[in-house]
Design a protein around this ligand. Structure first.
Ligand code: ZN
Length: 297
């Protein structure tokens, strides 16, 4: 804002003090101009005050998706080149607690799954494998479980993920006799059209089960074909790890221990690495890539 320079009248005949009407008009105009300038400057100072600007609602603009140029690698006929990305899905969250411990108050599946998933993410990142999670805190992705599960699979599909690992905690129906004796780990998978010609969810499940068992020594109940939402709706090889039974006393205590969670996470990260080996993932200038069937998209 430029200050208007106000010229005061000289002793010329037009502004003689005797010319009262003209003089009063001049004073009024000058006062009006000063008032206007003061008002504008005052308003500016108000706008500069951070307390005032914070009131304004800035619409959220999501950061742009990072773009990367595909490296100059010869892609075999019928294949596409994809950057490796693993999606880790900690089961449940928020108002959906998942399974509940019959032995300890306030001990829920959702807390174990998030803790293990964060550890897996860190281990993968340390090994140079890009990994993202479907949730990073105690939240659910949608109001209904059906929609929540769909969104988890949708996220992996939109990210064009290479592999998907869902982490859960099992529970046996306590109304059934011998329920508390049931213990151990299960790896669930679903047969579906694979986006890779020599690797599918079943192979991923077998690799994963062995890798976790080797790390934490848990009773491996084997691989089980299950029509779970996240397995059915994901396009890439996917497994759902039921880490242990919260309804079994020993498993419950394992699930509470940091050591078991850390070793389980190491097993899952190891399973992912072995699966990437089976997929013949390769490094190029610090990033990992795989070839995918071109007609799978
Ligand atoms: Zn669960």
């Amino acid at each position: 804002m430029q200050m208007t320079h106000i010229k005061f009248p000289g002793p010329g005949p037009r502004y003689r003090l005797t010319n009262h009407a003209r003089f009063i008009a001049f004073i009024l105009v000058t006062l009006l101009m000063i008032t206007a300038v003061v008002t504008v400057l005052g308003k500016r100072r108000e706008e500069d005050d951070p307390k005032n600007t914070s009131i304004a609602v800035t619409p959220f603009v999501p950061p742009p998706t990072p773009e990367y140029t595909m490296p100059p690698i010869d892609v075999p006929e019928g294949k596409t080149l994809e950057k490796v990305l693993v999606v880790i899905d900690p089961g449940h969250g928020g108002s959906d607690s998942g399974t509940v411990s019959p032995y300890d108050d306030d001990f829920y599946e959702k807390e174990v799954t998030l803790d293990i998933a964060l550890k897996v993410r860190d281990l993968l990142n340390e090994s140079g494998i890009d990994a993202v999670m479907t949730r990073y805190s105690d939240i659910r992705l949608a109001e209904t479980q059906r929609e929540d599960l769909k969104l988890r699979a949708q996220l992996a599909n939109e990210l064009n993920a290479t592999l998907f690992v869902s982490i859960h905690v099992n529970a046996y129906d306590l109304k059934l006799s011998g329920a508390t004796k049931v213990n151990g780990m299960e790896i669930h998978y679903l047969d579906k059209q694979s986006i890779y010609d020599s690797f599918d969810s079943r192979e991923f499940a077998e690799i994963m089960g062995k890798a976790i068992e080797a790390q934490n020594g848990i009773n491996n109940r084997g691989i089980i074909k299950s029509d779970f939402s996240v397995l059915r709706n994901t396009e890439m090889p996917a497994v759902l790890v039921e880490t242990a039974y919260i309804t079994n006393r020993e498993d419950n205590d394992r699930l509470k221990s940091d050591e078991f969670r850390a070793k389980t996470a190491m097993g899952i990260a190891d399973g992912v690495k072995k699966a990437l080996d089976a997929l013949q993932a390769f490094e190029y200038e610090g990033d990992l890539y795989v070839f995918r069937e071109a007609d799978s998209q």
